[in-house]
Design a protein around this ligand. Structure first.
Ligand code: LLP
Length: 413
């Protein structure tokens, strides 16, 4: 997190003081560092060395048009899960031929839209989906490019809500079933079979489950080869974890080194779908203290951001570090950082040791660049917050703060 650091006693994003951003744009606001995004993307690029590959950034992590354009200009493809995400990729001026479409519940409308835009591949998650896609492609007199998402039944050792590769999860096709589909592809004349994919979970901090998955996939690929079925691309999904506080995840280079070692003799095109590891630590949520209050057992710091702006702490019991924007020394207290929403689950941090805070102080919720804004809502009729992209000494508002009119758009009496 090089680009969020204290200089002259103040927290900066690159060369812009967060205090100045709060004055000029207001709070709460998501703030992203372009140099960090670039560095994270390049870490993956360099890790691939000479291997044929495509990094499909996972749009769900942060789907702001400016972020998509920035990554697209660096050569990224995109992993999407809805028509809306494809629409965003197109609006950002990025190439649909580098898009892979995941998800267990693609509708016919979504499939038709993606076929019309000639995406790279549908990551198909069930036999029923394959049949529907085949029929839609037939109507359009096209061949739909497909990769089958397999479920290897491997525990990614992460939060249960973001585990996706166990047989009890709704994702992917069990290995044996996938094998039989692969062997019966002639049943689907309007499917152009491209490869295989897999995504076992998110915020993974160990390489072991990933490498175990890669070995299982390799076995399947070799087995299919003996039946004359050639897999050309292998998509390993996303899921590499980040440090929210003291975690020590493998770097993208370490991850790729180990993974590519397992696959070197197969000569495949390798795709990956990272989201969090590119955007998570490239962004913060800037918020201002409204009030402080103490009841018999707790000290509360009430800020202007809430669970509707950043739901991760309450939804996943996620710990994200909270840093005071003013770096001056003050006596320490233990506090809960809470928002204005009418629920006791509305917290951004609990039992945090922070310098004594007072009204108007600014705080940065760290590690908020992924699954922050994209999971935000209008709950309690709160307008969604602004987003800012910083580069060096400059910054740009890449999404305006919503207005009261935005809150009721589309409603009628
Ligand atoms: N590919 C597929 C098929 C996925 O389902 C996901 C994430 C990714 C790629 C990107 O994974 P990443 O590299 O970002 O870990 N809202 C949760 C995370 C949900 C992840 C869902 N799938 C959170 O805030 O922790």
């Amino acid at each position: 997190m090089h680009y969020f650091e204290y200089k002259k006693g103040e927290l900066y994003c690159e060369d812009v003081a967060l205090k100045d951003l709060a004055e000029n744009v207001g709070t709460p606001t998501y703030i992203y560092s372009q140099k960090t995004i670039e560095r994270h993307f390049q870490a993956y690029q360099s890790g691939f060395q000479n291997t044929d590959h495509l990094i499909c950034y996972s749009v769900k992590a942060n789907s702001n048009l400016s972020i998509l354009r920035l990554l697209g200009e660096m050569g990224a493809g995109f992993d999407i899960v809805s028509q809306g995400e494809l629409y965003r990729v197109l609006q950002a001026g990025c190439d649909p031929k580098k898009v892979v479409f995941s998800g267990v519940g693609k509708t016919q409308t979504e499939m038709a839209y993606a076929l019309d835009h000639n995406i790279l591949s549908f990551n198909v998650e069930s036999e029923q989906e394959l049949k529907v896609l085949n029929a839609i492609a037939k109507e359009k007199n096209k061949k739909a490019p497909v990769s089958l998402r397999v479920n290897p039944d491997i525990d990614p050792k992460t939060h249960p809500y973001i585990s996706t590769g166990l047989k009890k999860n709704k994702f992917g096709i069990p290995m044996e079933e996938a094998k039989s589909i692969f062997k019966n592809l002639a049943q689907y004349p309007n499917i152009q079979f491209m490869g295989m994919d897999c995504h076992i979970g998110s915020q993974m901090l160990s390489l072991d489950p990933i490498l175990e998955t890669v070995r299982e996939l390799k076995k399947l690929i070799l087995d299919l080869k003996t039946h004359g079925i050639e897999i050309r691309h292998l998509n390993l999904g996303g899921g590499l974890g980040i440090s929210y506080t003291t975690e020590t995840p493998p770097s993208p280079q370490e991850y790729l080194k180990e993974v590519l070692k397992e696959l070197e003799d197969l000569h495949l095109k390798i795709l990956i779908e990272p989201g969090r590891s590119i955007m998570g630590n490239a962004g913060i949520l800037l918020t201002q203290v409204l009030y402080t209050k103490t009841n018999t057992s707790k000290n509360f710091v009430i800020v202007d951001a809430a669970m509707n702006d950043l739901i991760r702490p309450t939804l996943y019991q996620a710990h994200q570090d909270i840093w005071p924007v003013a770096g001056e020394k003050r006596s320490m207290t233990t506090v809960d950082i809470v928002g204005p929403i009418c629920e006791s689950g509305d917290f951004l941090g609990q039992d945090r040791d922070l310098p004594e805070l007072k009204s108007k102080d600014l705080l940065a919720i760290m590690g908020a660049g992924a699954y922050g804004f994209t999971m935000s809502s209008n709950y309690n009729s709160r307008p969604r917050v602004a987003e800012v992209l910083v580069l060096g000494e400059t910054y740009k508002v890449i999404r305006k703060r919503e207005t009261l009119e935005d809150l009721i758009r589309g409603e009628s009496l």
